[in-house]
Design a binder for this molecule. Structure first.
Ligand SMILES: [Zn+2]
Length: 197
């Protein structure tokens, strides 16, 4: 058997695939808002991001922000127009290839959805975060609660997580509004991301 076929995909290849899977209109939107570039980073993201913004002359992150971001698998830095994706995280050690691929693609989709939400959400949508959380699918709701996000981030996190789930569904051939997705959340997602499916 050809050994090359056994090689796991690199993180770069996975993120590239995640990008090409996006609807073309979404790629154009992300290019327009400066969220279409990414870097794969093999160290905790807080320190990596702090060094990156520091060396761009923007001033590093606070110790608190570094600590907070260190736990993340992805982060979007609008000032540098780049998304950072963490690889080699000990939490993914021993995870099989297919699971790892899906996980990293979801991180990328989440960050792109998050960027669209941050740029396009009205303050009224952000203010409704707590109500929207109640309408979210239980998996998303629990994840956001457990992660301890401030209420001001609820709407963006809901859009980002729902976007990642719909992308996962899309690459598996699903389309339309899923039964598990509340009307209001689906409408919000369409508004924020121009989702068409
Ligand atoms: Zn997010």
């Amino acid at each position: 058997m050809d050994e090359r076929l056994q090689q796991p995909k690199t993180a770069e290849q996975i993120v590239q695939w995640a990008w090409s899977s996006l609807p073309a209109a979404n790629r154009r939107l992300l290019e327009a808002i400066g969220a279409s570039q990414w870097q794969v980073v093999s160290r905790p993201l807080g320190g990596a991001l702090s060094d990156l913004v520091g060396s761009a002359g923007l001033g590093g992150l606070s110790a608190e922000a570094i600590l907070e971001t260190d736990g993340a698998f992805g982060v979007w830095e609008p000032r540098l127009r780049v998304v950072l994706i963490r690889v080699g995280d000990p939490r993914l050690e021993g995870v099989d290839g297919a699971t790892r691929e899906e996980f990293l693609a979801r991180v990328a989709w989440h960050e792109w959805g998050h960027a669209l939400s941050v740029v396009r959400c009205e303050s009224a949508d952000v203010a409704r975060g707590r109500d929207l959380l109640e309408l979210s699918p239980p998996g998303i709701r629990d994840r956001i609660r457990l992660a301890g996000y401030p209420v001001s981030q609820y709407t963006h996190e809901i859009v980002a997580e729902t976007y990642a789930l719909l992308m996962l569904r899309r690459v598996k051939g699903g389309s339309g509004q899923p039964l598990w997705l509340n009307n209001e959340i689906y409408r919000l997602l369409i508004e924020m991301t121009d989702w068409t499916d």
